[in-house]
Design a protein around this ligand. Sequence first.
Ligand code: SAH
Length: 432
Amino acid sequence: TAFVVRLKRQAPSKLFCSSAPDGNNKPPSMLRHLTSKIKATGPIPVAEYMREVLTNPVKGYYVRNNMLGPEGDFITSPEISQIFGELIGVWIISEWMGAGQPKQLQLVELGPGKGSLASDVIRVFSQLQSVLGGASVSLHLVEVSPALSLLQAQNLTGNRSQEADAEDDLVYRRGETEAGLPVSWYRRLDDVPTGFSIFVAHEFFDALPIHKFQRTEKGWREVLVDIDPEKPDTLRFVVAPAPTLASTSLVQADEKRDHVEVSAEGGVIVQQLARRIIEDGGAALIIDYGHNGTKTDTFRGFKGHQLHDVLASPGSADLTADVDFNYLRRMAGGGVACLGPVTQNTFLKNMGIDTRMQILLRNCSDPSTRKQLISSYNMLTNPAKMGERFHFFSLLHPSRLAKPQKPQGLKLEKKKSPAPLPVAGFTELKFA
Ligand code: SAH
């Protein structure tokens, strides 16, 4: 999860503080943890390295307590402008309508960060209460980091949340928003109750562990992380001498590239999303930087808005890899409909960001706020900034894209079954 931007610092703090420098000569604990693991079991797959560094329950980058602060390692769209989350809120309501306005609407967010996106979505829900009518709405957050879950609870519920009973091993925190909307926290998507749901994952899939594979003369080999024999407290990449289970199962037979990255974990989560959407209805919106199965080596680290060597001082920097949308589409299978990826610029324009900006600017006379509005709009949509780097990809119930049925049988029956509403964001807005 990372995107390097150099913005003038805005008032609220951005995500994550880099760790304080270690005050002694011992290698930092994450490095010690990894080197003893490697000494015990041999070189580890990049996926295991990434999982340990990011989400180790004690020392992981996302889990650590001291990582939140005014100076962060990266900045994300929902933190740049509230318009981003508001338009996603409109998208969610539009998909709920497209599904025939079911009585229950679960909003499920994977990796909610500071909770800003969810809070902007919920504000739209309350503004469009008349549209949502009597639907009972609930918010479900999938978050591994205890530190971030507390921050989310603070932002979304104030002090109206508490740790769940120890017997309840699925939900670890519960609360409600000021408007009384129930909020629950889970460690894994599997723990979220079934039911009609709209899933949102912003900069979540890029943080999931990837396996790396290298084409060699002897065939595909997995890239592993090992201790450098010449420098004991330094890690290095090595190529596995023989095939591994991952290298034989995760590389496509007709793969053309010489180096590939595969997030098996991302694949499993997409399969779970697809199954839920097919069985219970709903949609998923996956937003991230990525490619369509064309890129090779995208694994990188970010610290203090700068690129950072992925193997240096592990745990002090964010690790990320571009999302392979082709792979996600393949893992989603044929049962769900997939739309996109389309660029962030296209999606936001289709969702009416320009109109929303005009309204905000019309109602705002303070020059510095106006300047800020314009610069954040530019950051989100400019192709040279986030506009073309980020992509929107959606999984939908197949009925959402079904072609209208031709009238069959009796000629008297003139009515066609209506075409489904177009999916907002992925098609151009037209005002009739
Ligand atoms: N969506 C937010 C935050 C992105 S950072 C934003 O765009 O601002 C990635 C988020 O995913 C963090 O909240 C992190 O703690 C969470 N996360 C990372 N790996 C996870 C995993 N395996 N399961 C659940 N949450 C995870």
